[in-house]
Design a protein around this ligand. Structure first.
Ligand SMILES: [Mg+2]
Length: 103
């Protein structure tokens, strides 16, 4: 079981230990797209079935599947996701004229 307070860096390292296939880069990318599609199916299901605990659990699991493949792709390209978050957030702050928010 992973720790409750695990960091982005720890998750990225963990994913590399359980799933790292640089030779399957394109398939990994397609898996990410597939998982986004699965999340879409679950969210669309709310329109007809309403939001149930089971549906919310499915959405939770699909979000993790997406995170898994995002981390996998970052590892394939040797990209530090913490650094990506920091740099891109600064870029977005300017791009969207976002002010610093109080914590
Ligand atoms: Mg899935």
């Amino acid at each position: 079981m992973l720790e409750d307070n695990m960091t982005v860096k720890e998750l990225q390292t963990y994913i590399k230990t359980i799933d790292h296939k640089p030779e399957l880069k394109m398939q990994v990318m397609l898996k990410l797209v597939e998982e986004v599609g699965e999340l879409s199916v679950e969210i669309r299901r709310e329109l007809t079935e309403g939001l149930t605990e089971k549906l919310k659990q499915n959405i939770k699991y699909e979000l993790y599947d997406i995170l898994h493949f995002v981390n996998h792709i970052a590892n394939i390209y040797d990209i530090d996701l913490v650094n990506a978050i920091q740099e891109k957030d600064e870029i977005n702050k300017i791009k969207y004229d976002r002010k610093e928010e109080k914590q």
